[in-house]
Write a protein that binds this ligand. Structure first.
Ligand code: BGC
Length: 553
């Protein structure tokens, strides 16, 4: 039975919106975003059309890694509100039909977490084995160092207890030992706790590190992921894990659960994302088209999460040195835009030079790619970064609600960007009133994406567009078809597409007015504007386009 519209597999065509409570909206005038502020903005998010919020870490933290260094997994950072505020927020989100997931950061804790303080108190501490210790660590492999600007080893000597502890990230983030069954139980309890408070799942931070990185005691690393997923499904059928798994496709399929689909529900497509940027840098769709062809189909009920930017640097680690340089040259030529030698600390609109046509094309491409789109707050209005902020914080700027900022009535916790991406130029209030704005474009894309489940879970075929600058693909599901074309370059292109099985069909534009008929020989000519995009619904003769989409069963 194919229950397309029931939302039993809601994640397969969700629209995920990632935000940081701290930078979204200040509800108590102290300059820091909080759950009360976020709750006030739920109608904005519902109006945008997103269906699932992903909250970045909101737990107590010394904030040395923007909350990815946690000291208590069972409550709220007091700067962001109380558990009571959280529950009110959850109620409001659910009331508006939004699901909520949160970052699950359990590869490590803060070194200020009481567990670590106890563990480091001595070799005999009952918590000692909650972390990973060594008398003689293996020499470092430079590839393992995630933050090469700050760390030169993944082991840190602990003077007090006389051993080294493992930290895959910063030295103040000791790795938990998930080889220890007590730690695994505790992680499961954390999931259970937040699911009981209404979360529909988790974005799992740093998955390969969590289960595989030099963790000598975990005999069957993937079993842990399957156990977590089984636990969640027992408690809540539709709960999901959205995994940060930046590894090559052939390794990645193991994280879905090798054909079984019983581990990570959705994995981010880091390769597709990087190839999309390479394609944009070259105005040549070939790298992205190749990635789409190479990308394995996810197991049934699993899904790819597609994205162009996130809260971290735009990582280009899977490109060759020459390819990475091409993207740097095109989108981040100056050194202060680059980070860790492998990425860019910029947001998409600035990288595309503020060119609205090109920005709209990029997001249209994102929403049309097979998978579940994930966007980072502020992308919908085209916010820029603030390079004066340290490292990856450059892109985590306060949300721009109105021409004077509108994030807080007090001095905001982080500086508001100046210049051509400042709030007086880029803000939600103005864009709501402007039918040509990026915000309105996002609303349209989201509406159409939701109306065309073929895009998310249909069979995707990359078409020969006859011109390297154009990516054309079709998505077929249950006898319904959507055809999509994107022109990556800034000159108009006419493409010819052969659409087997659609001879004599009508193609109706879903983003603008227009329609074209597929001639009997099956090859249709499609004009594309500079950076033009077309989403076309195929309908058989005499059937209205609105009636030609995937039907419920
Ligand atoms: C997150 C980062 C964070 C790191 C350590 C990641 O992969 O996306 O923002 O610094 O994990 O938790």
């Amino acid at each position: 039975m194919r229950l397309t519209y029931t939302s039993d597999v809601w994640w397969k065509n969700a629209v995920v919106y990632c935000l940081d409570v701290e930078t979204f909206k200040d509800g108590n005038d102290d300059g820091v975003g909080d759950f009360r502020g976020l709750t006030q903005q739920i109608d904005y998010l519902a109006g945008l059309g997103v269906t699932c919020l992903w909250l970045m870490p909101f737990f107590p933290t010394p904030n040395r890694d923007d909350g990815y260094d946690i000291t208590d997994f069972y409550t709220i950072d007091p700067r962001l509100g109380t558990l009571g505020d959280f529950v009110e927020f959850m109620r409001t989100a659910h009331d508006r039909g939004l699901r909520v997931i949160a970052d699950l950061v359990v590869n490590h804790t803060s070194d200020q977490h009481p567990w670590f303080k106890e563990a480091r108190s001595g070799k005999d501490s009952p918590r000692r084995d909650w972390y990973v210790w060594s008398d003689t660590p293996e020499p470092d492999d430079p590839k393992q160092i995630v933050f090469p600007d700050k760390e030169d080893s993944i082991w840190e000597y602990d003077e007090g207890s006389g051993q080294y502890y493992l930290h895959s990230f910063y030295r103040h983030q000791p790795d938990l030992n998930v080889g220890n069954p007590e730690v695994r139980d505790e992680i499961t309890r954390i999931l259970g706790f937040w699911m009981e408070l209404g979360l529909s799942g988790f974005r799992v931070d740093a998955v390969p590190f969590l289960i595989e990185n030099v963790n000598p005691k975990l005999a069957e690393p993937h079993e842990f992921l399957a156990d977590l997923r089984a636990f969640m499904t027992r408690r809540m059928g539709g709960a999901i894990l959205l995994g940060e798994v930046n590894v090559p496709y052939e390794e990645l399929v193991k994280f879905f659960g090798d054909g079984l689909g019983d581990q990570i529900t959705m994995c981010f497509d880091f390769i597709g994302m990087q190839k999309a940027w390479l394609s944009m840098a070259r105005n040549d769709a070939t790298p992205l088209a190749d990635a789409l062809r190479e990308r394995p189909a996810p197991p049934k009920d699993c899904q790819w999460a597609v994205f162009l930017r996130n809260h971290d640097e735009l990582t280009l680690d899977k490109l060759t040195d020459e390819e990475r340089q091409e993207v740097f040259d095109a989108f981040g030529p100056s050194e202060d835009m680059q980070i860790f030698g492998r990425g860019l600390r910029r947001r998409l609109p600035t990288m595309l030079g503020g060119d609205l046509r090109r920005i709209k094309m990029a997001y249209s491409l994102l929403f049309s790619l097979p998978g579940t789109p994930v966007i980072f707050y502020g992308e919908e209005i085209g916010m820029g970064e603030n390079l004066d902020e340290e490292g990856r914080m450059a892109v985590r700027v306060p949300m721009q609600w109105t021409s004077d900022g509108g994030f807080s009535r007090a001095e905001p916790v982080r500086e508001i960007p100046e210049g051509s991406f400042a709030p007086d130029r880029v803000n939600a209030a103005d864009q709501k009133r402007d039918t040509h704005s990026l915000l309105r474009w996002f609303q349209l894309l989201i509406e159409r994406y939701r109306e065309c489940p073929e895009l998310a879970w249909g069979e995707c075929t990359v078409l020969d567009a006859g011109h390297p600058a154009v990516l054309a693909h079709r998505c077929d599901a249950d006898g319904a078809t959507v055809v999509v074309a994107h022109n990556l370059c800034d000159t108009a292109r006419d493409v010819e597409l052969t659409l087997t099985g659609l001879e004599g069909y009508q193609l109706t534009d879903l983003l603008v007015d227009g329609a074209v008929e597929v001639p009997e020989k099956g090859t249709v000519r499609l004009p594309l504007d500079p950076h033009g995009t077309r989403w076309l619904r195929a309908s058989p003769p005499k059937i209205a386009p609105e009636d030609a989409s995937v039907k419920s069963h």
